[in-house]
Design a protein around this ligand. Sequence first.
Ligand code: NAD
Ligand code: UDP
Length: 321
Amino acid sequence: MYDSRKKILVTGGAGFLGSHLCDRLLEQGHEVLCVDNLFTGTKRNIEHLNGHPRFDFLRHDVTLPLFVEIDEIYNLACPASPVHYQHDPVQTTKTSVHGAINILGLAKRLKCRVLQASTSEVYGDPAIHPQTEEYWGNVNPIGPRSCYDEGKRCAETLFFDYQRQHSLQIKVARIFNTYGPRMHHADGRVVSNFIVQALTGESITLYGDGRQTRSFCYVDDLVDGLIRLMNSDPVVTGPINLGNPVEFTMSELAEKVLSITRSSSRPVFHSLPLDDPKQRQPDISKARSVLGWEPRIALDEGLTRTVDYFRDRVTELRGEP
Ligand code: NAD
Ligand code: UDP
């Protein structure tokens, strides 16, 4: 796939997806510079890379300019779970928008490729199903999710304007719900919530009637998609959906988690958060035809691997003060 070793910047590299991306790029023989302010990411996610001769970590906030010399950029820095991105919504918008401006400015100076980790949230509560890249979305501009959704939409705008105005080589991935080891145990996302609740014997918190749907992609598949997109033909800019098109209701997900963990936890119903999308499923025809990519890891297998990770994590957390 690669013809030579590159020095690759991964912003948000100490987070869930970013740390797996750093691992994969190092496996491919590249040098990796991981930049992160450790807001939601942790050094724990990258501690196995300490001392790696081709890995560097820089603690830095992407809302501030960055001066480094690299060949390629994956821009992942941004809190991704509702609990985290709603904690300081103004900072979330700044991270997406000022962060994109700083990272695009860096790419412009270095004339290097830059990939943006965008999101299915740009489709909002979608009025068409499944979502294709042509759909412009149904987003509330003033609600609690807007700092994330509109921030990511503005970042996409900036990426395409830099391409049109400065001929920058851009790649925009619209990532759908992704899960796996190193998800934050307390970030409120449904997969980590259900697994931790099942393993600790707490009630499973089903929001709404549990009939809303999501499509879950295992992290290894997603990382493969990001790298394929980065290395695609220069005319391929995206936006391109990356996710697993197999759709489940949240009740079905709860049942699977309970069965894999053999837990006796019981579901309890809570009210649905404001602006919670009712359904979400990617149309990945473009990723299939342009990148030759599709997910390979089914939900049962991915959940089993994720449960294994959280079993250790829950034990560790119990031991922590
Ligand atoms: P994460 O919270 O684990 O990772 C985000 C990382 O960005 C963290 O390490 C955090 O500390 C860092 N960060 C946040 N603000 C920063 C700032 N101002 N400067 C520098 N670093 C900063 O989340 P994730 O799930 O790994 O998501 C990674 C990217 O993928 C995000 O951009 C997210 O929007 C996007 N994405 C993720 C999903 C998913 O399901 N996981 C879905 C769609 C899009
Ligand atoms: N959800 C749930 N119980 C939880 C956490 C989330 O039922 O403990 C639901 C949530 O309302 C949403 C879905 O699971 O419908 C996915 O939520 P998540 O926050 O993981 O992702 P997003 O809403 O951003 O897709």
